[in-house]
Design a binder for this molecule. Sequence first.
Ligand code: PGA
Length: 256
Amino acid sequence: MSANFIAAPRGKKIVVANWKMHPTSLEQARRLVAAYRPHPSAFLVVCPPAVFLPQVSARFGKHVAFGAQDCFWESSGAYTGEISPSTLKKSGANFVILGHSERRKFLGENDTMINKKILAALAEKLSPIVCLGGGLAPSISKTEIKNIVRRQFAHAVKKVRSAQKLIFVFEPAYAISTFSAQRVSPLQASAMIAYVRKLCGDRFGWGAAAKTPILYGGSVDGVSFRDYLKSGQIDGFLVGGASLKPKEFNLIIRGS
Ligand code: PGA
């Protein structure tokens, strides 16, 4: 555990494993991380269910970074069921996924809540992995997709002073494997990554935007990741389902 931010090194692709509510025991969680094969070309962030963080990060924290899948915006108090950024940090997390589509859909998270969480995470030196694309449906036009992403981005970064510790993910809800798993073409994904970089540039300046990691998420698997990487725009991936299958996930980590 580091009291400061852990930076994702430049020049490496960032691969984030979003385990969601899997697996269901600590032993299985340990086995899953143990089956991953870290590779020098990738910076790996594993986001297990929060209860497993202290043990798995203590055991594997030298080889991979750890993140939480959510945090609350207050640092302590009477908030039943919530976990503060500082508790997560002390439990071994250095990153936190925020604004995920599933939290918007099933738990009613909105842009204001997500912004508060981002600010609270930054204050505790957890790097937010900010998801953009919640609520997107495959039927809407490219212009509408951009409008929604622009609005989500603008809310997310309210009062955020620097992009330095942020990671963004373009992850359209409809592409998530457990939703409609509608494939996004590498061309469309890279166009949206470029658009998020433009939003970043308009807000934080072009120097900062060039350094900000922008990932793609949504049904990325051991085959499709190659085409996404070829575009040259995408700095890495947020991976759900495939991160539970070590053989497949190791292909993404290795990048070949
Ligand atoms: P998926 O999930 O890779 O299974 O589509 C990604 C996510 O929801 O973060």
